[in-house]
Design a protein around this ligand. Structure first.
Ligand SMILES: Cc1cc2nc3c(=O)[nH]c(=O)nc-3n(C[C@H](O)[C@H](O)[C@H](O)COP(=O)(O)OP(=O)(O)OC[C@H]3O[C@@H](n4cnc5c(N)ncnc54)[C@H](O)[C@@H]3O)c2cc1C
Length: 538
C-alpha cells in the first residue's frame, strides 16, 4: 500500500510535516522565542485561522496552524479550554471530566517538538500499571498490563488453553496497527481512490470482522473474550459491530504504554494552550459560534452568539461534526451533509459520569478499574441497538489519586465512575433519572470496591447524555460522535476537508479517524496535508 503521509511512517518518532522546496511559508519555529516569526510571512500579515472549539483536536490543530504561519484564534463556548477534557475543581478536589487513559504520547510530544520545545519540560507523564484491573461480576480479577510475560501468565491463569490463541491475537493486532494506524490514521480520505487503495489490506486483515469476532476467532474463554474486546468502548464503539481495525488499540497500549500526567489531563490542556500562545495565537473562552459565514461556497469566518464577527481565511471546526453541519453551516451551503443525512447516521453511545471525592482513601483500588457486569453482549445491544437504559451496567472506575495524590485534599481520594448508556434516542428523562441511577451505581461500588462509600462522600457532580447535548453541543448527546462502524469510517466519515464548504476543515472525534485522544490528535495531523500553506493565502 502506498503511504501518502510522509510523517506517518514511524509513529514513535513522527517527523514534523516538511515544507516542500520553494514554499514561501516561514519555517516552523524551532524555539519558542522565534515563534512569533511564524505569523509574519515575508512582511505580509499572516492569514487568519479561526478554530471553533478547544478540545484536544482543536488545540492540536491550532498548534499546527500556528507553526505553519497562521494567525490563530481558538473560540470556545465554555469558560475553560479542554472540551471533554474540561477540569472541575470543587471542594478541594480536581476532577478531569473526560480522557484519563493517555495512549500514544508521541502524538502529544510531536506538538511540543514542532514548537521547538520538549514536552517533558512542561508535563510530568507517568506510566500507569496495570493499564486496567478488570473485575468480573463474580469478583475475580484480571490485571491487563503491557508486560508480555505478565499478560501470558494472567491469560494462563484464566484459561490455560487460550495462551497460544492470545499470542496470535497480539500478533494480529500489531499487523492491524501497522496498516490501520501508521497508514490510515493520517490520510485525509478525501476521495474514493483513497478508499479503493486500502481495500486489499482491509480484506487481508479481515476488517469485515468485528472486534469481538476477531477476538473470538483466537480465544475461546468467554471472560477472556471480554477482556480482549472491550477497547472499542473507549472510542464509542460496540465491540460487536466495530470493525476489527480497532483492535489496533491493544497494540498501541502494549507498545507505548498507558500514561497519566501529574496534575491530571488538565495539565496537558494547559500545556497545549501555552504552545498556542507561544506561537502568538489566542484561546478565547466564553465565545460560542452561532454560524460559520459562507460566501461563494467558501468559509469566510464565524459569527459568535454575541453578534461579533471574526473574519478568517480558514475555519477549522472542532465542534461535533453533526452539530457543525446541522447548526453552524447554513443549509443552502450543504449539498452532502443535509439534515436528512445527518439524522440517518448512527451515533455512538453516551455516558453517565459521576465525579466524586471521598474523605477517606481506598489504597487497594487501582488507577483504572473496569467492573464488568452480569451481561456483556445483551447489555451492549440495549445500549447501541435498542437504545434502552438497562438496570444493570458495566463500569469504568477512575482513581487518579492512585498516581497523583495532590488531586484530592490530604487523606482523601478523587474518583469518577463512568457507565456507558444509550444516547438521547433512549428518550430517558435524565433530570428525573440521574439520582436513582447514581444511587444504584453507588450501591454496587459500595458492595464491591468502595465499602462505606455513601457515608464517605465529600464532593459529587454528574454528567449525563443531556449534558453532552446541552453543554458540549453533541448531536443526540452522543459522547463520541458518529459510531465507528466500517460504513462510517475513513471516506464515509465527515471529511477533514469539508465536502461542502471550501476552506472549512474538521478535526475531532466526529471526523476521520475518530474519537479518543490518538484519533483526535491524528485528525489535526491530517490538516497539514489539506490546509493550504499560509504563504498561498497572503
Ligand atoms: C468521560 C469520557 C472519558 C473518556 N476517556 C478517554 C480516555 O481515557 N482516553 C481517550 O483517549 N479518550 C477518552 N475519551 C474520548 C476523548 O476524550 C474524546 O474523543 C476527545 O477528547 C474529543 O476531543 P475533540 O477534539 O473531539 O473535542 P471535544 O473535547 O469534543 O471538544 C469540542 C469543544 O468544542 C466546543 N464547542 C462546540 N460547539 C461550539 C460552538 N458552537 N462554539 C464554540 N465552541 C464550541 C465545546 O464546548 C468543546 O469544548 C473520553 C471521553 C469522555 C467523554
Amino acid at each position: 500500500m502506498q503511504n501518502t503521509s510522509a510523517s506517518a511512517q514511524d509513529p514513535a518518532h513522527p517527523a514534523r510535516p516538511d515544507a516542500s522546496p520553494g514554499d514561501e511559508v516561514a519555517a516552523p519555529p524551532r524555539a519558542a522565542g522565534a515563534a512569533l516569526a511564524g505569523r509574519v510571512l515575508r512582511g505580509a500579515r499572516a492569514p487568519r485561522a479561526v478554530v471553533i472549539g478547544s478540545g484536544f483536536g482543536g488545540l492540536a490543530a491550532a498548534v499546527r496552524l500556528g507553526v505553519r504561519g497562521y494567525d490563530v484564534t481558538v473560540v470556545e463556548k465554555l469558560d475553560q479550554p479542554g472540551g471533554r477534557a474540561y477540569v472541575h475543581r470543587q471542594d478541594g478536589f480536581t476532577f478531569d471530566a473526560g480522557p484519563t487513559v493517555i495512549t500514544a504520547p508521541f502524538l502529544l510530544e510531536e506538538l511540543w517538538q514542532l514548537c521547538g520545545r520538549n514536552m517533558a519540560d512542561d508535563i510530568d507523564m507517568r506510566p500507569v500499571a496495570p493499564f486496567y484491573r478488570i473485575r468480573f461480576h463474580d469478583g475475580a480479577t484480571f490485571d491487563y498490563t503491557g508486560d508480555a510475560a505478565a499478560m501470558r501468565a494472567e491469560v494462563a491463569r484464566l484459561s490455560p488453553g487460550d495462551v497460544e490463541g492470545y499470542e496470535r491475537f497480539v500478533r494480529r493486532s500489531e499487523e492491524i496497527f501497522r496498516v490501520g494506524f501508521e497508514e490510515l490514521a493520517h490520510v485525509p480520505f478525501g476521495s474514493w481512490m483513497d478508499m479503493a487503495r486500502i481495500v486489499p489490506d482491509m480484506m487481508r486483515l479481515e476488517s469485515y470482522r468485528t472486534v469481538y469476532g476477531l477476538v473470538a476467532k483466537h480465544v475461546k474463554d468467554d471472560r477472556l473474550r471480554q477482556v480482549l474486546s472491550f477497547h472499542p468502548l473507549l472510542v464509542g464503539g460496540n465491540p460487536f459491530s466495530t470493525t476489527s481495525i480497532y483492535s489496533l488499540i491493544a497494540f498501541l497500549e502494549r507498545n507505548w504504554g498507558v500514561h497519566f500526567p501529574i496534575g491530571g489531563t488538565g495539565a496537558l490542556v494547559k500545556g497545549l494552550v501555552s504552545l498556542i500562545e507561544g506561537l502568538g495565537g489566542s484561546v478565547r473562552c466564553g465565545a460560542e459560534v452561532r454560524r460559520i459565514s459562507v460566501e461563494g461556497g467558501r468559509a469566510r469566518g464565524v459569527e459568535l452568539a454575541s453578534g461579533e464577527r471574526l473574519a478568517a481565511d480558514v475555519v477549522v471546526s472542532n465542534a461535533d461534526s453533526a452539530w457543525t453541519y446541522r447548526h453552524l453551516v447554513p443549509p443552502e451551503a450543504r449539498k452532502r451533509w443535509t439534515d436528512r443525512r445527518i439524522e440517518r447516521q448512527r451515533y455512538s453511545m453516551s455516558l453517565f459520569v459521576w465525579y466524586f471525592g471521598t474523605r477517606r482513601q481506598y489504597p487497594d483500588v487501582a488507577h483504572h478499574t473496569i467492573l464488568l457486569g452480569p451481561r456483556y453482549r445483551p447489555l451492549l445491544e440495549d445500549i447501541f441497538e435498542k437504545h434502552v437504559l438497562a438496570d444493570d451496567f458495566s463500569l469504568y472506575l477512575h482513581r487518579p489519586t492512585a498516581t497523583d495524590p495532590a488531586l484530592a485534599p490530604p487523606g482523601c481520594d478523587a474518583f469518577y465512575v463512568l457507565s456507558p448508556v444509550p444516547n438521547l434516542l433512549s428518550g430517558t428523562h435524565w433530570p428525573t433519572t440521574q439520582e436513582r441511577y447514581r444511587r444504584s451505581i453507588s450501591a454496587l461500588l459500595e458492595a464491591t470496591l468502595l465499602p462505606g462509600l455513601e457515608g464517605a462522600l465529600a464532593s459529587s457532580r454528574l454528567l449525563t447524555p443531556q449534558d453532552f447535548q446541552d453543554r458540549l453541543l453533541s448531536f443526540r448527546g452522543a459522547a463520541f460522535g458518529p459510531e465507528p462502524v466500517l460504513t462510517q469510517s475513513a471516506f464515509f466519515r465527515p471529511h477533514n476537508a469539508s465536502e461542502d464548504v471550501e476552506r472549512l476543515y474538521l478535526v475531532g472525534a466526529g471526523t476521520h479517524p475518530g474519537a479518543g485522544l490518538p484519533g483526535v490528535l491524528s485528525s489535526a495531523r491530517v490538516l497539514d496535508q489539506v490546509v493550504p500553506d499560509a504563504s498561498k493565502l497572503v
